[in-house]
Design a protein. Structure first.
Ligand code: PMV
Length: 338
């Protein structure tokens, strides 16, 4: 079924990005984009993607704008493949115009695929005229990016890996809403631009070549259990310790790949050392790092200001953002970027 002549259907959604406190690194099924283990994340308060999708019968191909400009071909292709999933599901053939905007620099290497695909899944299905149940929406978002289902929910979120071959039991669940516990996450941006290697390629390289991969997989469920209990008990030290150790284990297994995957710059290491210096001096804060050079620092809200000053003074740090727990994805009436 195509659209009726002149038919246009539109919807907008926004989603915050999330930071994994217990990391996801490795897939059990690449085609279905199923994670090999669970993960546990915090949805942030303000780093956000807003996306408007318009299915338009007059278009002869999909069009995509990112931050007010034509999206790079790789991004446009990935988005087009995702729209194909939605079209197939709904039974339409209309092309779409996608206008997406991040309120943080897209090329900075800050995670945008989680918020991007959460917002796109929500806006595209609504624009296509369907209101999906949560498991179907989460499954769709996961096909875009493994961390995207976590951004559908607010606060502290556990991604359950599931065990079924079709992945229907691989779903995010909210451990606690954003109002449960006010903690701060500082994001120390350090200059470097876009990622050199995509996370799917990097995870597959790790799975196939790192001798530590099996041990890594074995270590994750215990970390999730500790993190979940720490969140429920609002135990900052326990959550910080498990988050920091999950981060370094993820980077250790990736460093063990051939060729080695090193996501850090010198500035990354300098920020880690700065945070550890604060800790030695009695200010308790913990680091986590994803597949890029930026360090995220978990802190108590009352310590955020002092940490911000210390971290911003590390040579090479270009910007420090202070985030809090934030809400899940939602349909909005606004235009992309507003
Ligand atoms: O969502 P992806 O496929 O870009 O993978 C995310 C991987 C990490 O950010 C490094 C860890 C995580 O759990 O978010």
């Amino acid at each position: 079924m195509g659209g009726r002549p002149g038919e246009m259907r539109t919807a907008s959604a926004d989603a915050r990005t999330n930071i994994a406190l217990v990391k996801y690194w490795g897939k059990r099924d690449r085609a279905l984009n199923l994670p090999a283990t669970g993960s546990l994340s915090l949805t942030l308060s303000s780093l956000r993607t807003t996306t408007r999708v318009t299915f338009d019968e007059t278009l002869d191909r999909d069009e995509m704008d990112l931050d007010g400009q034509e999206a790079p071909p790789a991004v446009a292709q990935r988005t087009g493949r995702f729209l194909d999933l939605v079209r197939r599901k709904v039974g339409i053939t209309m092309h779409a115009r996608v206008e997406s905007a991040n309120n943080f620099p897209t090329a900075s290497g800050l995670a945008s695929s989680a918020s991007g695909f959460a917002a796109l899944a929500l806006a595209a299905t609504r624009a296509a005229g369907i209101e999906m149940d949560f498991p179907s929406l989460a499954t769709l978002a996961r096909l875009g990016s493994g961390s995207a289902p976590r951004s559908l929910l607010g606060g502290f979120v556990e991604m359950r890996p599931g065990a079924l071959p079709d992945g229907s039991d691989c779903l995010p669940v909210q451990v606690a809403p954003e109002t449960h516990w006010d903690i701060a996450i500082l994001v120390a941006v350090n200059g470097a631009a876009t990622k050199e290697i995509g996370s799917t390629t990097a995870m597959e390289l790790t799975r196939l070549t790192s001798p530590y991969y099996r041990e890594w997989l074995r270590s994750v469920p215990g970390d999730i259990e500790v993190a979940r209990q720490a969140v429920l008990a609002r135990d900052f030290s326990a959550l910080g310790q498990v988050a920091e150790s999950s981060c370094f284990r993820m980077h250790a297994v990736a460093l063990g790949a051939t060729p080695p995957l090193l996501f850090w710059t010198g500035v990354t290491v300098d920020v880690v050392r700065k945070v550890w210096e604060f800790r030695r001096n009695g200010l308790e804060a913990y680091v986590t790092i994803d597949a890029g050079p930026h360090v995220k620092v978990l802190a108590r809200p009352q310590d955020a200001e002092e940490l911000l000053r210390g971290i911003a003074a590390v040579p090479g740090v270009t910007r420090v953002l202070v985030e809090r727990p934030g809400p899940g994805a939602r349909i909005t009436d606004g235009r992309a970027g507003q």
